[in-house]
Design a protein around this ligand. Structure first.
Ligand SMILES: [Zn+2]
Length: 81
């Protein structure tokens, strides 16, 4: 399921959502945290059919107001993938 980052419009790939998490979720949609390849934290809202209903930027982790260290940290995280 192709999902695009709401911040930079990059495709978000490599999503690993365990079926069980969705099937056993008490509340639908299930909120699944993810990250685009530019390091934006996003949350996906996934329904019982594994369809992504909505995507939202999660907080402002990588916004320009953040310190450089947060960006470095995100970059290291990405590089380690
Ligand atoms: Zn992004």
């Amino acid at each position: 399921m192709p999902v695009r980052c709401p911040v930079c419009n990059e495709l978000i790939t490599g999503l690993a959502v365990e079926e069980r998490v969705i099937l056993e979720a008490k509340r639908i949609p299930v909120i699944v945290p993810a990250r685009c390849k530019n390091g934006h934290s996003v949350v996906l809202f996934v329904d019982r059919n594994f369809m992504v209903r909505d995507v939202e930027a999660a907080g402002e982790a990588i916004q320009e107001s953040e310190s450089g260290s947060a960006i470095d940290k995100a970059q290291k995280w990405i590089d380690s993938l």
